[in-house]
Design a protein around this ligand. Structure first.
Ligand code: CTP
Length: 371
């Protein structure tokens, strides 16, 4: 197998392979990198799996600058020739309960034991890195054939029970790569969703996975429709009363920066009654400091017209005069300055206000506040 890296990266990889031989460990590419290469996608991140202790291996290299390390997980990030590389140690894991974060059992295990803890066959192909820059494929679960056919299969029947976020990861791969769950996987997922174990569920992990799933603008809507139709929400809740139309409409209007965070907030946010806001100034002040994600989700949940008025009109109205302009007009420093600025803003926010520019504001102040 060939992997097309730049000459600079090839050089780093060759040196790492030579150092690995010297140190007495085998090093591999595994998971997403190999899956992507086999699908003709250029790898962007470089992750290396060390069959042994990655931290000890990286510390033995005199050309690697260590950036961070997590001894509990046996992972270490280093910079080599300005390139960031993540190194992980092979490990076995167990899930004490359904949905909890896994606990490491053995660090530095054999590669085959590391591969079997993974999510899908398509992510469990490894390629041993040799100094000749040839790659020796280890495909214990027919992952290459499944990549070719675009099939998502877990490696053992408890996989979705151990880690239900794999259902959401699978949906992500389905939408990104046009993959499909195998018939057997559809059944395993259906069984899990009938009786999901939520007692020990790591909600943080679910949230991270959801943010990634909904993070891509092109796929977010389809992902959300499937999340509802296939009842994947049952990983979290028995029932779910949100719908794709409301959040889509809100995203179109409010164009939040982070689509992933918007969907996640929409999933978890409680519905609230809109507050009574009695003037454009009150509406302006209420929404002014709300992050774009929050206002978008608020609108999706309430359809409050005040949020629309803010977004379409009030948000773009800004006072051009400042406190110093009022001092120049002869007002004294103090509370009054703030009050005059507020009143001027209120007049500018009013429907069909004649105040549109700096001079209009000055004239308004003179007319209203200077006897
Ligand atoms: N993995 C897993 N179960 C999870 C998360 C990750 O088994 N819940 C394993 C998979 O083997 C995966 C590897 O950890 O290939 C790395 O995970 P991640 O970086 O999240 O995903 P990639 O598969 O690399 O895919 P991509 O980054 O392209 O989404």
């Amino acid at each position: 197998m060939q992997i097309k890296f730049s000459d600079k990266i090839n050089n780093i990889i060759k040196n790492l392979a030579l150092e690995a031989e010297r140190f007495g460990v085998k090093i591999y590419f595994v998971g997403g990198l190999i899956r992507d290469v086999l699908m003709g996608i250029n790898p962007c991140d470089i992750d290396i799996l060390v069959e042994g202790n990655a931290i000890e291996f990286v510390k033995s290299l005199n050309f690697a600058q260590i950036k961070s390390q997590h001894p509990d997980f046996g992972t270490i990030k280093a910079q080599i020739d300005d390139i960031d590389i993540d190194f992980a140690s092979t490990r076995t894991e167990k899930y004490p309960h359904s949905g909890t974060l896994p606990v490491m059992v053995k660090l530095g295990c054999a590669i085959k034991d590391d591969l079997i803890r993974r999510d899908f066959t398509v992510n469990a192909v490894a390629a041993r890195i040799l100094p000749s820059l040839e790659y020796e494929i280890i495909d214990l679960f027919n992952g290459i054939s499944d990549i070719g056919q675009g099939i998502l299969k877990v490696l053992h029947k408890n996989s979705y029970i151990d880690d239900p976020t794999r259902i959401l990861r699978g949906l992500d791969f389905k939408l990104r790569f046009n993959f499909n769950f195998s018939g057997q996987d559809e059944k395993l997922i259906e069984q899990y969703l009938k009786n999901p174990g939520r007692e020990y569920l790591s909600t943080d992990r679910v949230i991270l996975t959801l943010k990634k799933l909904f993070g891509s603008k092109e796929n977010a809507n389809r992902a959300f429709v499937e999340f509802i139709e296939k009842k994947y929400y049952r990983i979290l809740f028995d029932d779910f009363y949100r719908n794709a139309r409301d959040i889509n409409e809100a995203i179109e209007i409010f164009k939040p920066q982070s689509i992933g965070e918007t969907y996640v907030k929409y999933i978890f946010e409680q519905k609230k009654e809109p507050p009574a806001l009695n003037s454009p100034l009150e509406i302006y002040k209420h929404f002014k400091n709300m992050p774009d994600v929050d206002i978008c989700v608020y609108y999706a949940l309430t359809h409050d017209k005040n949020a629309l008025l803010y977004q379409n009109t009030l948000k773009n109205i800004k006072l051009e005069i400042k406190g110093c302009d009022l001092l120049n007009l002869g007002f004294c420093q103090g509370k009054l300055i703030g009050e005059i600025l507020d009143k001027t803003l209120e007049a500018k926010l009013a429907q069909n206000s004649p105040i549109t520019n700096f001079q209009d504001e000055i004239n308004y102040v003179k007319k209203t506040f200077i006897p």
